[in-house]
Design a protein around this ligand. Sequence first.
Ligand SMILES: Cc1cc2nc3c(=O)[nH]c(=O)nc-3n(C[C@H](O)[C@H](O)[C@H](O)COP(=O)(O)O)c2cc1C
Length: 313
Amino acid sequence: MKLLTPNSSLLTPKLALAPLAGVTTLAVREFFSDHGADLTHTEMISCAGLVRDNSKTFDMLRTSSRERDLIVQLFAPDEKILLAGAMKVREVCERFCGLGINMACPMPKITKNNCGAALLKSPATASAMVKALKSEFDLPVWVKIRKLERDIDTLNFVETLAAAGADNVCIHGRTAAQRYEGLADKNIVRLAAENFPGLISASGDVKTVEDIQNYFSFGCVCVMLARGAIANPFMFEEFHGKFRDNDERVEILIKFATRAKELSGEHKALVAMKRFAGGMLKFSQGSAEKRRLACTSTSLDEITKILRGNTSS
Ligand SMILES: Cc1cc2nc3c(=O)[nH]c(=O)nc-3n(C[C@H](O)[C@H](O)[C@H](O)COP(=O)(O)O)c2cc1C
C-alpha cells in the first residue's frame, strides 16, 4: 500500500490556491504551482463517491509531479465515511501532503446530506472526523469552515477542532447563509488568528495583493486565493513582486490551454480558458468586445486568436 507523505513545509506561511469545485483540476493546479502558489487544493471530493468506487470521483485524485504541495479536500457526513474515503485516497495516490475536510460548502445538495457547512451545527461529529484522520494518518489535517453567526460560536468551533488535533483551520468569513454574496468578515479571521496563533488560514475577498498582506498581518499562516485567482491568475506572482506584460500573460495562458486539453479534452480546457480570459480582460482598457468574443468562443483556436489579437491593441 502506498503511504501518504507528511510535509513539514506546511508549517511555514503559505499562499494557497483555495479548493474550488469544478475549477481546481489538475491542469489548473499545475498552472498555479508554476506561477507562484505555495500550496494548492483539489476540488472537494466526495468520500461516499470514493467508497462506491465512482470513476468520476477517482478522476479528481489525479496528480502530477509538476505540482507543489497539494491538499486533498474531502467531504463526508461523519467520521466513518470520511475515514473510508481517506483510505481509498491512500490506496491510489501518494502525492498529497495534507488531508482537508470541507465543513464550509453551503450548497443544499451538500448540506442536505449532512456534509459541508451542515457540520458547523454538529461540533461532536466535526471533532470525531478530525480525530479519525489524525489517528489513522501521519499527515496534517486542514479543516475549512464558514464563520458562524456569532463570533463566540466561531471561536468555540475552532477550539473544538483544535482540541481534536486539527493542524489548520481556514475560516471563510461569510456565513453559510450568505453563500458567496456580500462582503467577507475579515474581523472574525483576525480574532481567530489572535486567539489561535499558528492555526488559522484565511479565505474571503482576496482580490488584491493588499488583501493578501492584510490577512498575513493578522497572523494567518495561510491565505487562500479563490475567485481573485480566477480574475487575476497572476496575483500569486504579483505578491512575490513578479509582473508580466500582457503578451507574456497571454502566451502563458495559451500554454495552459494546451496542457488542459491534453489532460481533460478540448471542452474542459475551453471552459477553463474562458474563466481566466474573462477575468484577465475585465480590467484592460477597451476590451469589452474582446471579452464578449472570448467568452462566447467555441474552440481553443478561436479564443487563442482573440487573446493574441488583444495583445496588439
Ligand atoms: C466556484 C467555487 C467553487 C468552490 N468550491 C469549494 C470547494 O470545493 N471547497 C471549499 O472548501 N470551498 C469552495 N469554495 C469556496 C472558496 O474556496 C472560497 O472560500 C470562497 O470563494 C471565498 O473566497 P473569495 O471571496 O476570495 O472567492 C468554492 C467557491 C467557488 C466560487
